[in-house]
Structure formats: C-alpha cells, structure tokens
Design a protein around this ligand. Structure first.
Ligand code: MCA
Ligand code: AMP
Length: 585
C-alpha cells in the first residue's frame, strides 16, 4: 500500500515538475522521507533504510557545518582567497553507504559535492581539490583513502574530515527529522562538480545544478520504467555520471534499492545476477554498465564451461528476474550485444550520454533495440545535427520526433544538445564554457552523429585526441604532456587503437632519449596519470612523422599498430616489453 502510494506520489511529482516553471526543485535527498522504512542501499557491510540515510546524512551535515565554518576562516586567512561563496566539499569514499551520506550531507548543508577517485594518483587528486577550490576534504573507508587525503590536505592546508566507520554506523540509528530548509532548493544551485577530460587542457569541472540532476534523473525514471520494486546492481566508479546518476541516484529517487559492489568483479556480478550465495532477499532487477563490463561478463561465462542444462537455467533465471540491462558510455559492439542476448535472453538497451548533459539518447524500453544505434531523445532533451563544415541544420528532434532537413543527415554531422539537463558551465572556465555552446545556446558535444531509419547513431568524434577506454574518457594530449616529463621520452604521440574488450586501447609512439624500459615507464606513469590512461601499446621510432605545420596525423600514425597481427598485439598487451627496448640512436 505504502509502495503504491509512493509510486503515485512520484508520478504526480513528475507531472508537476514538467508543467510548472518553478525555480526550485525537490532535490534527491529530500525524497527519502517518502520511503523511510524501505531498504535503500545494500553494500558489503550491510543494508540501510532510507530513514538511516536521513539520520546519518543529517548528523554528518551538522558536523560539516562546524568544520566548514572554522575551515573557511582558516583558508581565508592562510591563502588570502575569499571562500565565502564556495561551499565545495571534495570527498573520497569507497562504493558504499558512506558515499551517499557525504553527498547528501553536503547538499543538506547547501554545499557542492565534488567526488574524487581512489584510483587517481596523488597529483591528480590534488589538482581536482585545488581546481575546484574545495574548502573541506572528506574521506571514509580504507587507511589508504585516509593517508592520501591527509597528505594532500596537509600540503594545501585544507581541513580534512575522516569519517570514523563506527561513529558513522552509530549515527544511522539516531533518529533525525528532515531539514525543512533544504527540502526545496533553487534549481540553479550547484549540486556537484564532476571532472572530465578536456581535449586540449587539464580536466575541467562540470558544474551540475540540482535542477540538472532532477531533470537527468526523471528523464531516466520515465524512459526506463523505474519503480520502487527495482533493485539496481551498482558496479561502476562513483566519480562519473554513469555511476553517480544512473546507477545510484535513480534507484534512490524512486525508493528502490541500490546494491553496491566495492568494484567490478565478474564472479561476484554473476553470483548476484543469479542470486547465488546471497544473504540479500531482494534479487537484482537492473544492471547498467559500460560495454567492457559486458565483454568481461561474457568472457567469464564462456570460461565457466557450463553444460546445456546449466546454460538454460541461467537464461531462464535472468529472463524471469532481470527487468532491464543497459549499456552506455562507449559504443556497444553488435557482437557483444548478440552474445549477451544468446546468454541471457536480454537485448541490451544502449543509450548515449555525456557528463555535461546526463543521458540524451536512448533505445526504447519496449520495442526494437537496434545494434549500433542509440535511439531517440529522452524526455526534455532536444538534439540537433549540423553539417560539420557549413553548420547547416540537418535534423532536429526531441522525444516526440525528429524533423530531417537534409538527406545528408545519414552521412553525419555535429551533435548538439539543449534542455534542462544540460550543465550551465565548466567550473571557473568562462572561455571553455563559451566555446562549448553555440550562440543560440546549444551544447556542442564533440560527437559526430547520424540519423537513419528513425534512430540516432554515434559515428565518431570531432577530435582524434579523445580516447574512450573501458568507458573512461582520456585526453591523448594530457597523457602526452605527462609522459614527456619522463627523462627517457624525447617525443611522444598518443593514439587510441580499436579493441574488442576496452573499446580503445591507449597506445604510444615514442622517440626516446636513451635506453628505455617500458615497464618502468608504465610504473612511473601511474604516479602521474590514472591507471586506465597508461599506454598499453608502445612503438618506438626514430622520428614521429609530422606535416609541414609540425602536426602529427594521428589517424595515419595509428596504422603503425597492426591490430590484425594478434601475436604482436598479445606480446605488447602482456607487457613483454623487453623485445621493445631499443638501443639509443
Ligand atoms: C584497466 N586495465 C586496462 C584498462 N583499465 N587495460 C587496458 N585498457 C584499460 N583501459 C587493466 C589493468 O591494468 C589490470 O591489468 C586489469 O586491466 C584489471 O584492472 P582493473 O582496474 O581491475 O579493471 P576492471 O576492474 O576489470 O575494470 C574494468 C572496468 C573499469 C570495470 C570496465 O574500466 C570501469 O569501471 N570502467 C567504467 C568507467 C565509467 O564509469 N565511465 C563512465 C564515464 P593487470 O592485471 O595486468 O594490472 S562516461 C559517463 O559517465 C557518461 C555520462 C556516460 O555516457 O555514461
Ligand atoms: P564522458 O565525457 O566521460 O561523460 O563521456 C561522454 C562520451 O562518451 C560521449 O561524448 C561519447 O563520445 C561517449 N558515449 C557515451 N555513450 C555512448 C554510446 N552509447 N555510444 C557511443 N559513444 C558513447
């Protein structure tokens, strides 16, 4: 009864929000009171109700208030910067309930949540903390998280607040009422800053407002038929929109369950999908992941050597228990889609999104999901495709339909997006913000798209310097910039090489100064760039070919890696690099 009431309330709220032009929104955390006694999060330590999330986050919010006031004072005086208006709270939490508690506590305090990534080297963490002008850094979980944050906070003289697990768990059971003041927030109030790779410069902070968040969440709730009975399996990192919004905020918005794994682990995911060895009564009904995850799940299944009956049982279980499996963040190959269908009986629903806009295009919940296509605009999202040279409008559409203005739209053009889910600005970067929007306010995605047979297709990117590997966006220029600091590297060009498992592999063409040991360079790289950005393929040359303007033709250069030569590739990927250590020339 309660559940039905809550679903009805959700529907009314959605309708209300669509039709009113109020300048405030009910933020995610303010909805928890509707589902108090339901389980919200399951993690490796236990399970937590929505009331416990209210309790823990309200308690933490009060602690942060005290910390914030003193730290703002400290920073103002020690660095001479006016932090009065910047309520940034950067946080490094594992994938467990503490992440949501910090996020909600930040919002209850009126602050901006800036999620950090535990895999990033210290220099990268420090960069994000400094660039975002965070005034407080919060950590929870392992001593590794504590040590990393503590060393940066000491260096930058920022207040470090570490959540003591025992205290945190105790706070969950101290009853708190909601904070009336934050039950509605201005829709343009920043909720979070998510860092994403730029093409040319350092990573940029994408400011996402509460209005953006609500719009991004509700578009998914409506398009993908979310209900309170759903249980999402969460296997993604929590510093990107896919993990933050699609896999975590959506279930919490509608009173469903988010079952969080600390990290992706194929064996554990299969166990949970099949509801094996699980102490949890609720079985998984949804999964959202990047194509690499599905590739790895298929590989694990194939290696398990199931017999015919076992395969049938698996398929039957997944067909009866799982409602929807979604893929995105990178192109899904037809092979992966078909293999997954043969194993599970499910056609993956592929959708297209971006940190700056949330989800924009999606295959249908009901009806045919075409391989290689990303479907149509989500509710409230407008998209258009413009000719890449003349900028002529080729097609424009929204969830009601697309008008085609030119047959050239099947060849492809620049994809642009507009709507309430689109971010307002890159943090502290007015020039970059201005460059990213057309004069009439459309966000320029940098992706090339076509519209054929009633559906959109992503067919490439405008810049070869953006690589997508394992669903992560990597700037080739950033990797080059960092690796050039290695004493053995004289010149470097980084390119993305197509790969069935990772989508693209990061590859480096290098001119070296003296004898070079690739495994040493790789190890060294890990303290400067995230592990997923470290080049996996290496080629050593005497000279990197350049045109008369001194520019490298990266498309031509990529051919140096013969992807059809499996032996060569295997050798490289497996890091038997000694064969590749060339004498100095
Ligand atoms: C890791 N390895 C790699 C790569 N990453 N090798 C080649 N290329 C890579 N990119 C190697 C490691 O060095 C290690 O090798 C081995 O693979 C296992 O590493 P591990 O990190 O444990 O890998 P994993 O856990 O299997 O990770 C695969 C993953 C992960 C789960 C797919 O990459 C991931 O979580 N990706 C999701 C990123 C994401 O959320 N993107 C969304 C952003 P060795 O064992 O030899 O050391 S896009 C977004 O948010 C927009 C809005 C959108 O549209 O969604
Ligand atoms: P990020 O900047 O990390 O949010 O990644 C966004 C980028 O991921 C987009 O600009 C696309 O290039 C890519 N992307 C996301 N979903 C898809 C998809 N389904 N197919 C192809 N590319 C995608």
């Amino acid at each position: 009864m309660l559940r039905h009431k809550a679903i009805l309330q959700t529907k009314h709220l959605l309708l209300f929000m669509r039709h009113c032009s109020a300048m405030t929104v009910q933020p995610l955390h303010a909805r928890a009171g509707m589902f108090r006694h339901e389980v919200a999060i399951v993690d490796t330590h236990g399970h937590y109700t929505y009331q416990q999330l209210i309790n823990g986050s309200t308690h933490l919010s009060s602690s942060l208030r005290e910390v914030f006031q003193s730290s703002r004072f400290t920073r103002k005086h020690c660095m001479g910067v006016d932090y009065e208006k910047q309520l940034g709270i950067a946080f490094l939490c594992p994938n467990d309930v503490s992440y949501t508690l910090v996020q909600w506590a930040t919002w209850k305090y009126g602050g901006v949540a800036i999620p950090l990534c535990g895999m990033h080297p210290l220099s990268e963490l420090e960069y994000v903390i400094l660039d975002s002008l965070a005034s407080v850094v919060v950590s929870s979980g392992s001593s590794d998280n504590y040590n990393k944050i503590s060393s940066i906070a000491n260096k930058l003289r920022i207040f470090h607040y570490h959540l003591n697990t025992r205290e945190l768990l105790a706070s969950l059971d101290i009853y708190e009422t909601e904070n009336e003041q934050t039950n509605r927030l201005p829709s343009d109030q920043p909720a979070q800053i998510v860092y994403t790779s730029g093409t040319t410069g350092r990573p940029k902070g994408v400011v996402v407002t509460h209005g953006n968040l609500v719009s991004q969440i509700t578009a998914q709730i409506e398009s993908w038929g979310w209900t309170q009975d759903d249980c999402m399996l969460h296997v993604l990192p929590l510093h990107h929109v896919h993990g933050i919004v699609n896999a975590l905020a959506c279930p919490l918005w509608c009173g469903a369950i988010c079952h969080m794994l600390p990290e992706f682990d194929a064996a554990k995911v299969w166990d949970l999908l099949l509801h094996r060895n699980s102490a949890v009564t609720q079985s998984i009904s949804m999964l959202t992941a990047v194509p690499t995850v599905y590739f790895k799940l298929i590989k694990y299944y194939e290696q398990a050597g199931y017999n015919k009956n076992e395969k049938e049982d698996i398929k039957q279980h997944l067909q009866s228990k799982i409602r929807l499996m979604i893929s995105g963040s990178a192109p899904l190959s037809t092979t992966t889609m078909e293999k997954w269908h043969n194993i599970t009986g499910h056609w993956l629903l592929e959708r297209y999104g971006m940190t700056e806009v949330g989800m924009a295009l999606s295959n249908p919940l009901y009806g045919t999901r075409s391989p290689g296509a990303v479907g149509r605009p989500l509710p409230s999202v407008s998209v258009r495709i413009c000719d890449s040279e003349s900028e002529t409008l080729l097609a424009e559409g929204d969830s009601r339909g697309t008008v085609v203005y030119s047959d050239n739209v099947s060849v492809g053009g620049l994809l642009q997006i507009k709507g309430p889910s689109v971010f307002p600005q890159y943090w502290n970067r007015p020039a970059a913000t201005e460059e990213s929007f057309t004069k009439d306010g459309w966000f320029i995605t940098g992706d090339t798209a076509a519209f054929t047979n009633g559906t959109y297709h992503i067919i490439g990117r405008t810049s070869v310097d953006i690589i997508k590997s394992g669903g992560y966006k990597i700037s080739a220029l950033e990797v080059e910039r960092h690796l050039l600091c290695h004493p053995a590297i004289a010149e470097i060009a980084v390119v993305g090489i197509d790969d069935k498992e990772w989508g693209q592999l990061v590859a480096a063409v290098v001119v070296h100064n003296h004898e070079i040991d690739v495994s040493e360079v790789q190890q060294w790289s890990k303290s400067h760039i995230p592990p997923y950005a470290v080049p996996r393929l290496w080629k050593f040359v005497n000279e990197i070919p350049r045109n008369s303007m001194g520019k490298v033709n990266k498309k031509a250069l990529a051919k140096i890696f013969d992807v059809n030569n499996q032996q060569d590739k295997q050798l490289l990927v497996n890091s038997y690099f000694h064969d590749l250590v060339f004498p100095s020339h």
